[in-house]
Design a protein around this ligand. Sequence first.
Ligand code: GRG
Length: 292
Amino acid sequence: MLQESRERTDAILEAWAARLEREFPGRQGEAMAYALRSPGKRVRPALVIAAYRACGGRSLAIAGIAAAVETVHTYSLVHDDLPCMDDDDLRRGRPTTHRQFDVPTATRVGFLLVPIAARVLVEASRSLGLSDTETGTLAAELFTAGGIVGMVGGQWLDLEAEGRTLELEELRAVHRGKTGALIEASCVLGALAARAPAPQRDAMRVFGQEVGLAFQVADDVLDATGTSEELGKTAGKDAAVAKSTYVQLLGVEGARAAAVRHADAAVNSLERSGVPSGTLAALARYIVTRRH
Ligand code: GRG
């Protein structure tokens, strides 16, 4: 499933990368294309596509919605790696965008990709045959998740928390925003694109919320236990900057157990509402057992 959705999403991201190189000739277009072509795991696209199919969707054009989510994720990573944030040199096994180009170029890439994500979404929504109203609902879901009540807000809280130890509930709020919101939106977008009825959409939202927490807790564990080579990014950064994480609060085994509890709660939400859970359950399991 991961491989199939990766290939379908990558084909769309590649088409957009080539288009942006034509639209923005020179260094800026090259840098945007560099970011879009960077080889991530494509977990969020896999969730969009699996949620869509679980809700009865059949069109291959769903990969365009997956590509829109991945574009949001990509620009967040470009900014997250900047010297004024995490200050990292390595991402997905390659130099970060500001190391490959320079800080002003990478800063512009982050902002320029925001409206590109909207364009990717609108084109995909039209290919799926969704109405303008439905497209608006999808856009509101994605960009609310990417904004102050979601990803940007979570990143903000995370930056503000530097240098102090958070309580578990405060840490959960950071995780919910920074990482969870976009993962939740991935699942809800799949359901919306399939025109799922409200009870299925609600179950998918709970699935996404739980899997989003599971994902970030597993990320905390990997940061503490993996190598930079395995992760394709600098390992051990959380401890190096004394960041509050699940591992710091619960230990490695406690954090692993918390990730599994969230993944189980995610799958239970689907089973309770009768949404076919096979592929999504496999993705939830992958999220808490992955090695990078
Ligand atoms: C540019 C408007 C604008 C906002 C950016 C910097 C920022 C706001 C948000 C950062 C959010 C962030 C980096 C959250 C961490 C998410 C996370 C766990 C990333 C790793 O995801 P994986 O493992 O990575 O899916 P790959 O590389 O596989 O895609």
